[in-house]
Design a protein. Structure first.
Length: 70
């Protein structure tokens, strides 16, 4: 029970920190999250050697593309 409360509290604090972001920052953040998820999924589906590397590469690419789009 305490673990669930701690997870909810941390999630609330993290989400509250995102309220003052500009549109470009929001796109970069969401692009990074989507890219990380896609990178991990692609690494898992193709039998990649490292899910972490797939996630990091995907996050970097997603954040870059998200920040550059209008």
């Amino acid at each position: 029970m305490m673990k669930q409360i701690a997870v909810i509290a941390v999630a609330a604090v993290l989400l509250a920190g995102c309220s003052n972001l500009s549109r470009a920052e929001q796109r970069a953040l969401s692009g990074g999250a989507i890219g990380a998820a896609g990178g991990v999924a692609l690494a898992a589906a193709t039998g990649g050697t490292s899910l972490l590397a797939g996630g990091l590469i995907g996050a970097g690419a997603g954040a870059t593309i998200g920040a550059l789009t209008k």
